[in-house]
Design a binder for this molecule. Structure first.
Ligand SMILES: [Zn+2]
Length: 158
């Protein structure tokens, strides 16, 4: 692979190249490999995750907004988004799949889309933009071991 531009202050970049500090594998995700990847994109299981299958599609190079994508990267993103949504729906039969990107969290100023499988009967009070607060609450979070096991299962479905 060609050398990808990364930002040394960006946690997504550091995780993408296996240099995220404080974890055994140098990645945010407990799996040794992304669930899926293409030339320009990685698909990871989110950590933390309050919902099984909460995934992140991250650009491999450090960019902060979709207007910086090349046409080739946009086209590839479309295919990656389709694949991710199809796998998550097939495996979880969720009610809907949120597609979210802000990139405002400190040290995560990097283009990455959260793909969130919302289960049927998911409580109304945690829906919409409140889903991130729900995900941040440690009481709702899956353990790293649970995330690893489920992400490794999803890896086989891409
Ligand atoms: Zn970055």
């Amino acid at each position: 692979m060609d050398k990808v531009h990364i930002d040394e202050t960006c946690n997504t970049c550091l995780s993408n190249v296996g240099r995220f500090p404080g974890t055994e594998n140098g990645r945010i995700s407990p799996t040794d490999e992304p669930m899926f990847q293409t030339e320009h994109w990685l698909v990871e299981h989110s950590v933390p995750a309050s919902i099984y299958g909460w995934s992140v599609i991250a650009a491999k190079r450090h960019i902060i907004s979709p207007h910086e994508l090349t046409s080739e990267e946009f086209a590839e993103f479309g295919a990656v988004l389709e694949k991710t949504c199809r796998v998550l729906y097939q495996e979880l039969k969720c009610e809907r799949l949120y597609n979210l990107f802000y990139g405002e969290a400190e040290n995560f100023n990097h283009l990455h889309y959260h793909i969130v499988p919302i289960p049927h009967n998911f409580p109304k009070e945690h829906r919409g933009s409140k889903i991130f607060a729900y995900n941040k609450n440690p009481e709702n979070q899956k353990s790293l071991a649970e995330i690893k096991k489920f992400a490794e299962y999803l890896q086989t479905k891409f």
